[in-house]
Write a protein of this length. Structure first.
Length: 387
């Protein structure tokens, strides 16, 4: 029995190399077995990497270009030379029927703005435009965003309502209503202007200046008396932009001045002084050039009430004839900037709001309506309506 056990142990030692022979072989420098070189994660030879003074080589080189194995790049022969293609006539593909898309360069206005018979308003055609600020807004003042909206045809006054216009309205209504309809004289108490309110409103000197210190309801009542209404915010911006896609102001360009230095609006030029544009306070309506649709003072002079109740974002508006009404909202939108505004606030996309019961020296209004009127001239660009 002992002989059997001993023989079994000897056999195990022989098979497993126990007894230290394996350790001696692994550390033996004279061993004939050599370790394989590490070829890197993608199988490329480390010896081909850059040494001082050599160019960079990587495992991502084209294997066909380096002479190694792998698929070679396919070559294609062009049936033409680039120079010949540049000098050849353009390829014309014949097509029958209408084009598959509308020319994006066509202005989104179908029709021509027309002067009304009395030349005091402009009929604007139905159209589509992008509503919202197009100027840079580094301080994130405007949060309404942008919205594509479509409008039906409407009329809008070319001029802001003047003191003379408003006095005619007061004379025509019953005396019992005049006190409530009269501009708020207390708005002058904290004002920094030298002219008194009675002089501004009643004297002939300021008869053609825009009426100010009227509330939203007073402006609305005047337009109703005149058989009109306040414009919606979308209508106001559509009219002010005058078809200029992406414009900042009611005119082309990025400046409030012409090349000859003349100002295009009554506003606050800042360090140059409030009277640098010709007027330290309001200006007679129509003192500055109109936009391309014949509207005056849609930038500067006085900001203007519109019909809409204020909502922070345009998401609340419909995309067709939008008008935001909210009986619980006491604030209403004003547009256009005023004689107290800086250049940024004159932009056609800039919007502000005011309490509907507030009356200030910087806010006036103009009217709009839906009636079709007989027209006299096809071009409203001239103040006189001439061709």
């Amino acid at each position: 029995m002992r002989l059997i056990v001993c023989g079994f142990v000897v056999a195990c030692l022989a098979l497993t190399g126990c007894g230290g022979s394996g350790a001696a072989t692994e550390n033996d420098e004279d061993s004939s077995e050599e370790k394989s070189e590490y070829t890197g994660p993608r199988g490329w030879d480390r010896s081909t990497t850059r040494t001082p003074g050599e160019s960079v080589q990587t495992p991502f080189e084209d294997p066909a270009a380096s002479g190694a194995g792998g698929p070679a790049q396919q070559k294609y022969e062009r049936p033409y030379a680039r120079e010949d293609l540049k000098n050849s006539d353009p390829l014309v593909v014949p097509r029958s029927g209408p084009p598959p898309f509308e020319d994006p360069g066509v202005p989104p206005v179908s029709g021509t703005p027309m002067l009304s018979g009395d030349e005091q308003s402009v009929r604007l055609p139905a159209g589509t435009f992008i509503m919202g600020l197009t100027d840079a807004d580094p301080f994130n003042i405007q949060i309404a965003g942008r919205k594509r909206v479509s409008l039906s045809q409407f009329h809008i006054d070319r001029f802001e309502v003047t003191n003379e216009d408003y006095r005619a309205y007061l004379d025509s209504i019953p005396p019992s209503r005049r006190t409530a309809a009269r501009p708020d004289s207390t708005a002058w108490q904290q004002a920094d202007v030298r002219v008194a309110w009675s002089q501004y409103f009643y004297s002939d000197q300021f008869a053609q200046h825009p009426v100010v210190a009227v509330t939203w309801k007073q402006a609305r009542d005047y337009c109703s008396w005149a058989g009109q209404r306040l414009p919606t915010e979308a209508e106001w911006e559509y009219a002010a932009r005058a078809g200029i896609v992406g414009g900042i102001y009611p005119w082309d360009g990025f400046s409030i001045q012409k090349q000859d230095g003349k100002f295009l609006a009554n506003y606050d030029p800042g360090r140059r002084g409030k009277d640098s544009d010709g007027y330290a306070f309001t200006a007679p309506v129509g003192s500055y050039p109109p936009n391309d649709w014949g509207l005056h003072d849609v930038a500067g002079n006085v900001a203007e009430w519109v019909e809409d109740a204020y909502t922070p974002r345009y998401n609340d508006l419909s995309d067709f004839n939008p008008l935001h009404r909210d009986e619980d909202e006491s604030r209403h939108v004003i547009r256009g900037g005023s004689w107290k505004s800086n250049a940024f606030r004159l932009g056609v996309g800039f919007r502000d709001f005011q309490e509907q019961s507030a009356a200030t020296l910087r806010i006036g209004f103009r009217c709009a309506n839906d009636r079709a009127r007989e027209t006299k001239k096809a071009s409203p660009t001239s103040p006189t309506g001439g061709e």
